[in-house]
Design a protein around this ligand. Structure first.
Ligand SMILES: Cc1cc2nc3c(=O)[nH]c(=O)nc-3n(C[C@H](O)[C@H](O)[C@H](O)COP(=O)(O)OP(=O)(O)OC[C@H]3O[C@@H](n4cnc5c(N)ncnc54)[C@H](O)[C@@H]3O)c2cc1C
Length: 417
């Protein structure tokens, strides 16, 4: 059996795994069904993704690629009466004091090129169709230029995103994490009104009574704008998703003022998006990373950071196996699954908070204790290892959210236009 590692999917998770493995001397074959550059949604990074970009040796390339600098994240109410800004630099030092907004076609191509430059063999236009696990390795069947081909390897990393390759073939059960199903409709626009000064690069999240918008400045001209609402809102709409998008903009003072002169560049796209995870993320010869392991509601821009972390974790797990290994033991499989599930867990409480009207009142409170703000900024930056004193403050924040459900400690929010 060929001793290479086969990676399926060339998004951030696949490229991170391929880069780290190839730089560590492994033979790597990456199969990507699209030809890059290709469009992908998920354009706002978190500062703690930098740690993984450094680990795979791509940090300098990303830092110098000319992406829009994102110094913070802000949350506004749809009626424009309330705004909360979090500056990463208020609580974090370099290189976590700011991050980037990225056009994914460029960012993903940069990372895939980096994997190639690190020594991985990359086949684009190669769609994996099936795989078999044997006692000594895996065999992957893929299609390229109309022909069916096979590749053999020791290990397989599934980094295929939200239509998980291994998950589908093995029919692995998905757990719904109790966050209601949603749909997103989005496009790139020109002439979106920008924040003045330093805040021009921030991501703006505009909270509606039933959903939210993102505004992500991508370059001097282009802004990504998307709306996320429960699937039921789209089902009840007589027009299409873009009509609901435009109607919602007209109904919100905050969005009207930002999008008054906006013109779409390119088509509106839609994605049905809901939070789930696969319960099993490893087999004897395979590991799943990034969205192929599970998907989190995108409100806190966590997806790419988790994908990079998952790709690195998968590569480290393979690197930890001795040559000629008989496969991952059940204990190793459980350990890998626990590690990946843990990556998402730190965001899921925040997501639940965002969709809980009472808890969100605490988040938007005009006078939060400064110490709590620092803890929340760490979470918004995607920090993995919080200092115990910050964890205590995070716990205090969630305690206040819980108390708010019984007694109103923070003022009620009015979403009326
Ligand atoms: C509406 C929305 C908004 C989002 N906003 C953000 C955001 O602001 N910030 C953020 O960090 N994240 C965001 N995300 C999440 C983000 O898009 C993903 O978490 C991230 O792209 C996951 O990376 P990945 O490498 O796991 O998968 P992907 O980026 O999806 O890459 C998977 C790759 O696998 C390839 N592939 C699939 N099947 C096969 C096959 N059979 N054979 C070969 N190749 C295959 C695909 O072509 C693709 O290139 C958002 C998601 C949605 C839906």
């Amino acid at each position: 059996m060929n001793d290479q590692v086969i990676i399926v999917g060339g998004g951030p998770a696949g490229s991170a795994a391929a880069s780290l493995l190839a730089r560590s001397g492994k033979k790597v074959l990456l199969l990507e069904k699209e030809v890059f550059p290709r469009f992908h949604i998920g354009e706002s990074l978190l500062p703690f993704s930098h740690r993984m970009l450094m680990r795979i040796g791509a940090w300098e390339k990303v830092k110098n690629a000319g992406f829009m600098i994102k110094p913070g994240a802000e949350f506004a109410l749809s009626n424009g009466r309330s705004l909360r800004r979090f500056w990463f630099g208020d609580s974090l030092d370099e290189p976590y004091d700011k991050t980037f907004q990225v056009e994914r076609s460029k960012f993903d191509a940069l990372l895939l090129d980096h994997a190639k430059e690190s020594g991985a063999s990359v086949l684009t236009g190669a769609a994996a169709r099936d795989f078999r696990e044997g006692p000594n390795g895996v065999e992957v069947e893929y299609e390229r230029a109309g022909a069916s081909e096979r590749a053999q390897g020791q290990w397989l990393i599934d980094a295929t995103g939200r239509g998980p390759f291994v998950g589908k073939i093995l029919q692995l059960p998905k757990t719904d994490l109790g966050i209601p199903k949603k749909m997103a409709v989005y496009a790139h626009f020109r002439n979106v009104r920008r924040n003045p000064g330093k805040a021009a690069g921030n991501i703006t999240v505009v909270r509606l009574s039933n959903g939210w918008f993102w505004l992500i400045p991508l370059d001097e001209e282009k802004t990504s704008v998307g709306m996320v609402r429960p699937i039921s809102a789209f089902q009840n709409e007589r027009g299409g998703p873009s009509e609901l998008f435009e109607e919602t903009v007209r109904g919100s003072r905050e969005l009207r003022s930002r999008l008054e002169k906006a013109e779409p560049i390119g088509p509106y796209r839609t994605t049905a998006d809901y939070t789930y995870r696969l319960e099993r993320l490893a087999g004897s010869r395979w590991l799943a990373a990034g969205d192929a392991a599970g998907f989190l509601d995108p409100v806190f821009s966590s997806g790419v950071t988790i994908a990079l972390e998952g790709g690195v974790a998968a590569a480290e797990t393979v690197l930890g196996q001795p040559n000629g290994s008989r496969g991952f033991s059940p204990g190793q499989q459980r350990e890998f699954t626990r590690r990946i599930h843990g990556l998402a867990r730190r965001f899921s409480d925040m997501i639940q908070m965002f969709y809980d009207d009472r808890a969100f009142e605490v988040f938007m409170s005009p006078r939060p204790p400064q110490a709590m703000k620092a803890a929340i900024t760490h979470l918004l930056a995607g920090s993995t290892a919080l200092h115990p004193s910050l964890w205590l403050r995070v716990k205090l924040f969630y305690l206040l959210c819980g108390l708010q459900r019984r007694w109103r400690l923070a003022p009620a929010l009015d979403y009326g236009s």
